[in-house]
Design a protein around this ligand. Structure first.
Ligand SMILES: *Cc1c(COP(=O)(O)O)cnc(C)c1O
Length: 366
């Protein structure tokens, strides 16, 4: 089986974890600080604040903006459920703007149409490792005076026009086990705003600046040093892992070019794609349906995933939810019916890539 994602941590991670165990500082300590500094450098942000998972990083970012009931956050309908859950947890109302079919991210024109005087936050999702069209999204957000929170959970190190994901607004990242960089569970917030960074650090630690000096109603959002230690060697190796992901995506794009009914993904001009996922679309006129494609590939040993099978609001628990505004999202609905992600990670061998291409070609009768 060629898995859709694999975690391989080496000797350096083992040694750093041992160092933490022997130090006696298991909770947040010097390893977390190192990870924050190195991650801020990767993203190109002034500040990075580590938290216990990616969902928390979204929730804390929204909480730090002081949202009130009735305030609206506009996000993508084509995302992991954490994006929506974070908005609801922060007590705001979620509204959606449809995506574009070329980058799978919020379409600036739909965003513009979804704004109103209730819009407080615009929350693009940099899906699959490629930035949303921030060139066009930022002007819409500033026109309505909205803050920007970027769900960059899948886009560590991605850039658009040389500028890093997570530096346009408040950046939110995940280190969940399947992400490009992982601590098992973990998250990170990035910002250039020193006052906001300070607020987030206090919020993360029970609203406490010094012991028993509470400044706000906070929470325990802290990451542990054991987890931070896992990510440090991965950061050092990230450039070579990314080069492999990029090369793998190019190999797949070449091998899968010209198949009738299959659309390959593209790195769009000015954007640097981190290839968290390599996602193709199976058109309605293809010889197999998307679901047949997935089950046949799985039978033949190619791990694949459907991210995501439905728009995020399309579940009973959100349909009647007072905090969720649901409108037709034709592009997201169509893409959710057609998408499937193939393995692209840095641990694939040339033989794996050949097998993926050959199997997809067989299944598509190409
Ligand atoms: C993974 C992910 C999250 C949530 O991160 P966790 O660390 O799993 O809480 C949020 N948004 C998107 C788009 C994600 O892929």
């Amino acid at each position: 089986m060629i898995p859709i994602s694999t975690v391989k941590l080496g000797r350096e991670a083992e040694e750093l974890v041992l160092q933490v165990i022997r130090s006696g500082t298991l909770a947040q300590g010097p390893m977390v600080k190192r990870l924050e500094d190195e991650f801020a450098a990767l993203v190109g942000a002034e500040h990075a604040i580590a938290v216990n998972n990616g969902t928390t990083s979204l929730v804390a970012s929204l909480q730090a903006l002081g949202l009130e009931p009735g305030d609206e956050v506009i996000t993508s309908p084509f995302t992991f459920v954490a994006t929506l859950n974070a908005i609801l947890e922060a007590g705001a109302t979620a509204r959606f703007a449809d995506i574009a079919a070329d980058d799978f991210c919020i379409d600036p024109a739909s965003l513009d149409a979804a704004t109103s005087e209730r819009t407080r936050v615009v929350m693009p999702v940099h899906l699959y490792g490629q930035c949303a069209d921030m060139r066009a999204i930022m002007p819409v957000a500033s026109r309505v005076g909205a803050a920007v929170v970027e769900d960059a959970a899948q886009a560590h190190g991605a850039t658009i026009d040389g500028r890093g994901a997570g530096t346009f607004g408040i950046g939110s990242f995940s280190f969940y086990a399947t992400k490009n960089l992982t601590t098992g569970e973990g998250g990170m917030i990035t910002t250039d705003d020193s006052a906001l960074a300070d607020r987030l650090r206090v919020l993360r630690n029970q609203g406490m600046r010094q012991r028993y000096q509470y400044e706000m109603a906070g929470h325990n959002y802290r990451m542990t040093d054991l987890q931070a230690a896992l990510a440090l060697p991965q950061l050092a190796e990230y450039p070579s892992a990314l080069a492999r992901r990029k090369a793998n995506a190019e190999t797949l794009n070449l091998g899968l070019a010209g198949i009738d009914g299959l659309v390959t993904p593209a790195e769009l001009p000015g954007r640097s794609h981190m290839w968290h996922q390599y996602t193709v679309l199976i058109d309605d006129h293809a010889p197999v349906t998307r679901d047949e494609f997935v089950s046949t590939l799985t039978e033949r040993g190619i791990g694949c995933g459907v991210y995501y099978p439905r728009p995020v609001y399309d579940y009973d628990c959100y349909r009647g939810h007072p905090g969720v505004v649901i409108e037709p999202m034709p592009v997201a609905e169509s893409v959710a019916r057609r998408c499937v992600s193939l393995p692209v990670h840095q641990h694939l061998s040339d033989a794996d890539l050949d097998q993926i291409v050959a199997t997809v070609r067989q299944v598509m009768k190409a």
